[in-house]
Ligand binder design. Structure first.
Ligand code: 4AD
Length: 455
């Protein structure tokens, strides 16, 4: 009853509060500030209430005492309610700890939006221990959790870092279309749709478009969504993922491998050096070791020997033989045992795509590469491209692809052909490796996979 009678008022004699975001809290210590955010943690006791406030840019412990703690409105507070809190940020007393080593001593606060209590309470909707499919239904709320939001912050830094590295490497960013009429990585994973009465697909890879850009713009890259109607329900396959792709001209296969290695190692170094993302990677993946260069180079045929020597069977449970695909399970086992990044290269023609260039010294194999990382396996696939028109047409034929819709791609081999190669990196796979996530689903904002297209 006494509490009900307390109505909170701001003291007009106090200095005007400066509105700040929590990421700059430290620079505003000992000044009167206003912080706006969501109640991340809450402890209300007689005479004092502790709120850990979250605004997306950081966390801040706020201390409410006296009337602020005893007021009726304080007894109604719930997790995820929005509040504006006024007061002064001070270092925490000796022997106590709080995010950032400081806390806000509040002199006033407003409720902006109360979140439900009872059955509808946030904690009943989202529990870290809940069934993954429940958490996926509640993704819009689960994103507020410390782990998912940390991964999304690392993701933003990773994309920024890779753009910086491409700038340094002299590549230009382009944005190819997502709606296309050609396949790149096999007809079985195409998502088709009706495009004004014509058959069209969601792009599986922007590679073919990037190839057409090189004569016009020099070396290029793009960061674009790719779509795959994967039938397999694995922890590293999404139906939509963010594909980082690059295409470079006038280089050898060795040059391409060196470039891929530089891009990966320099991007990771930038993420680790970032003041926000670096500590988050450390927190998510305390044992992460940046990859040492040069990466191990392993030829497909040598990998088969290694697998056979280590008793790891192929998909039929037999010894590996030339032409077998090294499927996910075997690939992971090998990568985890070897324990370092591997540039697995020179795959046989028949298990790779129509556009890959054959090796000059062995026409059974191609100038192709997969980058394998411990913990996730393949994060990158790339190759040198066929630059001879007849050979390309033979590739279409071998794969049973009608060359007609590819006239613009084939034209590259007519109007000034040149040696070139490129690759694609899976953003979510790099993140799973960097942030030690069990599945790439944790590395996508709203993951899409078999049976999941919401929220
Ligand atoms: O190996 P992929 O299929 O290669 C290509 O698409 C080439 N056309 C790229 C190029 O040369 N420009 O895919 C490249 C990478 C894979 O290594 C993997 O990291 C990622 O894309 N990836 C997927 N990530 C999540 N879910 C899926 N379903 C993925 N499929 C491929």
């Amino acid at each position: 009853e006494a509490a009900k009678s307390i109505s909170l008022k701001q003291d007009p004699t106090l200095p005007k509060a400066k509105v700040i975001k929590l990421r700059v809290a430290e620079q505003h210590r000992l000044q009167r500030v206003q912080v706006n955010g969501w109640i991340h943690r809450l402890r209300v006791q007689k005479g004092v209430a502790f709120i850990v406030l979250r605004d997306g840019t950081g966390f801040l412990q706020c201390v409410l005492s006296g009337d602020l703690a005893n007021a009726y409105q304080t007894s109604t507070l719930t997790l995820e309610s929005t509040v504006s809190i006024y007061g002064v940020i001070k270092p925490v007393p000796e022997g106590q700890s709080a995010p950032g080593g400081h806390e806000l001593i509040a002199d006033y606060y407003d409720i902006v939006g109360l979140a439900p209590s009872g059955d509808e309470a946030f904690t009943n909707k989202v529990q870290e221990s809940a069934d993954p499919s429940i958490l996926l239904d509640q993704r819009h709320l689960a994103l507020r959790g410390e782990t998912l939001s940390a991964v999304m912050k690392v993701r933003a830094t990773l994309l920024r870092a890779v753009r910086e590295v491409y700038e340094e490497e002299g590549l230009l960013e382009v944005t190819p279309p997502c709606m296309v009429q050609t396949q790149v990585e096999g007809g079985s994973t195409l998502f088709g749709f009706q495009y004004y009465g014509e058959e069209a697909y969601l792009t599986q890879s922007s590679q073919l478009y990037l190839e057409t850009c090189v004569p016009a713009l020099g070396d290029v890259y793009c960061i674009q969504e790719s779509f795959r109607a994967e039938r397999s329900h694995t922890r590293r396959h999404l139906s939509e993922y963010t594909h980082i792709e690059a295409e470079l001209g006038f280089l050898s296969f060795e040059d391409l491998l060196d470039h891929i290695e530089r891009v990966i190692s320099r991007t990771v170094a930038k993420v680790l050096a970032d003041p926000v993302a670096g500590p988050l990677v450390k927190q998510l993946n305390p044992n992460f070791e940046p990859p040492k260069t040069p990466f191990m180079r392993l030829e497909y045929v040598k990998a088969l020997d290694w697998l056979n020597e280590h008793g790891i069977p192929n998909e039929d449970g037999e010894k590996f033989k030339f032409g077998d695909d090294i499927a996910e399970a075997a690939e992971r086992k090998m990568t985890d045992i070897i324990g370092v990044p591997i540039l697995l290269n020179r795959f046989p023609l028949e298990i790779k795509s129509f556009y890959m260039k054959k090796c000059a010294d062995d026409p059974r194999v191609t100038e192709s590469v997969d980058v394998l990382m411990p913990g996730v396996g393949e994060i990158t696939g790339g190759s040198m491209r066929i630059d001879n028109l007849e050979e390309l047409l033979a590739g279409f034929k071998r794969e049973g692809i009608n060359p007609e819709p590819y006239y613009w791609f084939s034209d590259q081999r007519k109007y000034g052909s040149f040696p070139h190669g490129g690759y694609g990196l899976g953003t979510e796979r790099i993140l799973a490796w960097l942030c030690d996530r069990f599945t790439v689903r944790d590395c996508s904002l709203y993951p899409r996979f078999t049976g999941r297209c919401k929220p």
